[in-house]
Design a protein around this ligand. Structure first.
Ligand SMILES: [Zn+2]
Length: 176
């Protein structure tokens, strides 16, 4: 059964991990803004699927990271600066949480996670890049999609939008 092995402010937990003094478990945070002083609990003896249920009941609903990762975050920060400050450790922690990667510039502000709009733009760019590679439609070879009047591109049975659809598994956002 899950239990709390250690409680304390976030930055003290990160430092404990760096000193090898944080037992193996999952760090969970109270609700609210994340600061160096945000109260945390280290849950041990818990299965991953149990965690989401148990942590809120214990008053620490925000799931943080596991001990191994927090150790790595501390070492990553300590490599960049000899004695990382509380704010720098917080930044390294948040950077990992937001980007699933270790921070490379300890004093740079943590960029916010990509918004849904940015992710949509990025996908659309990738789709466009793919679409551009399809080349011209042939004059004399018809697209095999029923009812389609366009020509098939080279080495395909389909026109540009239908080739896109057959490869990407979704309708083409482009029809030029
Ligand atoms: Zn077509």
């Amino acid at each position: 059964m899950a239990e709390i092995a250690k409680r304390g402010p976030l930055v003290a937990m990160i430092r404990a991990a760096g000193n090898g003094e944080l037992p193996r478990g999952w760090l969970c945070l109270v609700e609210g803004e994340t600061t160096p002083q945000t109260q945390c609990a280290l849950l041990v003896e818990t299965e991953d699927d149990e965690l989401e249920e148990v942590a809120p009941r214990l008053g620490y609903p925000r799931l943080g990271l596991d001990t191994d990762t927090i150790e790595d975050i501390f070492y990553g920060a300590a490599r960049l600066t000899e004695n990382p400050s509380d704010d720098q450790l917080l930044r390294a922690f948040e950077y990992y949480c937001n980007h699933d990667a270790f921070i490379s510039d300890i004093d740079a502000p943590v960029p916010p996670p990509l918004t849904e709009g940015q992710i949509a733009d990025w996908r659309r760019n990738l789709d466009r890049q793919f679409y551009e590679t399809l080349g011209a439609e042939r004059e004399l070879v018809r697209c095999q999609t029923a009812g389609c009047q366009r020509g098939a591109i080279s080495l395909s049975l389909f026109c540009r939008p239908h080739h896109f659809e057959s490869v990407k598994g979704k309708p083409s956002p482009f029809d030029d």
